[in-house]
Design a protein around this ligand. Structure first.
Ligand code: GLY
Length: 576
């Protein structure tokens, strides 16, 4: 396996006579897929799992099951059975794209003031640590749905690599240890979580094996019984008892009624590209669409300082609208058509002063005093996970999966091995107050029974006449701008490796500042941003973990790359 790799199918024809090649070109029907498989994931063992399943005759959807389950075992700080995610699918035979929404749902007993004290103030930590923070998981339902509707292999075959990893244990790597240290207090609070992820309440030694036999049993049950193996019966009973014993509000009915939803993705046209991306309850597609529409309204801009200024201003405005309008589409009306219209973008573009940064406070949602009070810096951490896969036939999956914060809520209900998410913090738990990523929200994203919290996860396909890119990243509120910059790099022709490595910057309306990685700006762009009045916030730690597959059809070249910032690997290999 190669970390970042590419394979040219042209090399296979190098020894053939020219006239034979010519005949083949005439008589061979146009191939729908690249003829090889490509995968990029955030962990080497998850990439291995995908390779094993593809080699066994599986397709991209079987590989997605294998990767999702393996990431949950090998990188428990980022995702797992106790969480949720979005899986953007392209089914080559039907030429159909769909977003599988496996976002967690709030339990029936959840209500708007769940995380507030008697004085109406947020209770610190309540939506982040422990039982109340956990929403009903969606990932197990997604695995079953993928196997039943899209895969070629049995669910058990695709889950086998993850089951083996859970039984044999995965060595604790540096990222695991850093995140376990970061979330030690939450992990220590429950006997099961501490027993699995810590060693006598302290960090395990580096490379110590993290064994998860209960999780292996739960995965086997899922393989055997499908949806009901998790959402009903013994496992459901244990999950509910474990959550309620810790003060949570789940019921058996909450689990029994959980369903994934197949949603129409957001489809954007920009330059010569068709961009297929995440629909609500992700904010990703709409925010990306708004930003691209504002750039389109600006037209070609040669001055790189001005172009960066416009991009920052577009980010500011789109994140402002995110806070105000976006939420669960099954519970709140979202003005998607208006937000994505050219007229709306033209109005926003007209509000941008080319020479001055617009203070976010002058694009208010509410009074300026509250505005200052809600400015909070997003905390640095490594959470969530992404994978991209394309099979030889051209089927593709871009999957972003999460427990929300590292190690989610820190709660593992006894005898399940299932580490639960803390996705409830993605709701606007207190109107206008920032969540753990510094994002604010209002009515559209209020806590409510069966609602899905607003997400930033943005699995994406970029399709141009020549190239198809499958991409996505973790990164909390920054996911959207990381993916946006991946899209722009794809359109500039960057190869997979360059695309994953490119330095990034970010603005999210509040806090009102431009966060950027080393190397994101030349000194002249930086000076021009300062001159325009932007507040610059250099980030010492890099952000994001982009996983990319690029198929260049015109050159018959398939590439995959895993972000150099992360621990992942990518692989392109010949179909046997
Ligand atoms: N939990 C982070 C997100 O979904 O955006």
């Amino acid at each position: 396996m190669y970390r970042n790799t590419a394979l040219s199918a042209r090399s296979f024809g190098a020894y053939a006579c020219t006239w034979i090649v010519a005949l083949l070109l005439v008589w061979t029907p146009a191939r729908a897929g690249p003829g090889h498989h490509a995968v990029a994931t955030a962990h080497p063992l998850a990439t291995d799992a995908a390779e094993a399943v593809l080699a066994a005759g599986g397709n991209a959807f079987d590989a997605a099951i294998a990767v999702t389950a393996a990431l949950g075992v090998a990188q428990p700080q980022g995702s797992g059975l106790g969480g949720g995610g979005f899986f953007l699918l392209y089914h080559a035979e039907s030429e159909h794209s769909v977003m599988l929404d496996a976002r967690e749902t709030a339990p029936e007993a959840a209500h708007r003031d769940l995380f507030l004290d008697d004085a109406g103030e947020p209770v610190p930590g309540l939506s982040l640590d422990g039982a109340l923070a956990a929403a009903i998981p969606g990932t197990p339902a997604a695995l079953v749905h993928l196997a039943e509707h899209y895969g070629r292999l049995s669910l058990g075959t695709s889950l086998a690599p993850a089951i083996e990893l859970a039984e044999e244990g995965v060595p604790a790597d540096l990222t695991y240890l850093q995140m376990a240290e970061f979330r030690k207090r939450a992990l220590r609070a429950g006997a099961d979580a501490a027993g699995i992820f810590l060693d006598d309440g302290e960090l395990p030694a580096e490379r110590a094996r993290i064994l998860q036999p209960d999780l292996a049993r739960t995965l086997r049950r899922l393989a055997e019984h499908g949806h009901s193996g998790f959402y009903e019966g013994e496992i459901a009973q244990r999950l509910v008892e474990g959550v309620r014993a810790e003060g949570g509000i789940w019921s058996l009915d909450d689990l029994a009624r959980y369903r994934v939803v197949e949603r129409r993705p957001v489809v954007l046209e920009y330059q010569d590209a068709r961009i297929v991306t995440a629909a609500p309850p992700s904010s990703g597609g709409i925010v990306i669409g708004q930003i691209l529409n504002i750039l389109a309204a600006a037209g070609a801009v040669d001055d790189s300082g001005l172009r960066t200024h416009l991009l920052v201003e577009a980010m500011r405005r789109a994140y402002r609208d995110r806070a105000l309008y976006l939420g669960d589409p099954d519970h709140v009306p979202i003005p998607v058509t208006r937000l994505l219209s050219a007229d709306y973008a033209a109005d926003w573009y007209a509000s941008i002063d080319p020479d001055r940064a617009t203070p976010s406070a002058s694009l208010p949602l509410f009074g300026e005093a509250e505005h200052a009070a809600t400015t909070r810096t997003a905390r640095e951490s490594r959470q969530t996970s992404h994978f991209s896969v394309m099979d030889a036939d051209g089927n593709r999956v871009s999957g972003t999966i999460t427990l929300n914060y590292p190690f989610g809520s820190g709660l593992v209900p006894p005898d399940t091995g299932v580490l639960l998410n803390n996705e409830m913090d993605d709701f606007a738990t207190h109107q206008g107050s920032p969540n753990v990523y510094g994002l604010i929200g209002f009515d559209a994203n209020a806590v409510g029974p069966h609602r899905r919290p607003l997400s930033s996860m943005s699995p994406t396909f970029v399709e141009t006449p020549d190239r198809i890119a499958v991409l996505g990243s973790p990164g909390g509120s920054r996911i959207i701008t990381i993916v946006l910059q991946g899209i722009l790099a794809t359109l500039e022709g960057a190869d997979a490796e360059a695309l994953a490595a490119r330095p990034r910057f970010h603005h999210q309306y509040l806090p009102d500042r431009v966060e950027f990685e080393t190397g994101a700006f030349t000194s002249s762009v930086r000076a021009s941003l300062v001159r325009r009045g932007h507040r610059l916030a250099p980030q010492l730690r890099p952000f994001g973990d982009l996983q990319v597959v690029v198929w260049d059809r015109s050159e018959d070249r398939l590439e995959a790359a895993s972000d150099p910032r992360g621990d992942g690997t990518a692989s392109v290999f010949v179909q046997r």
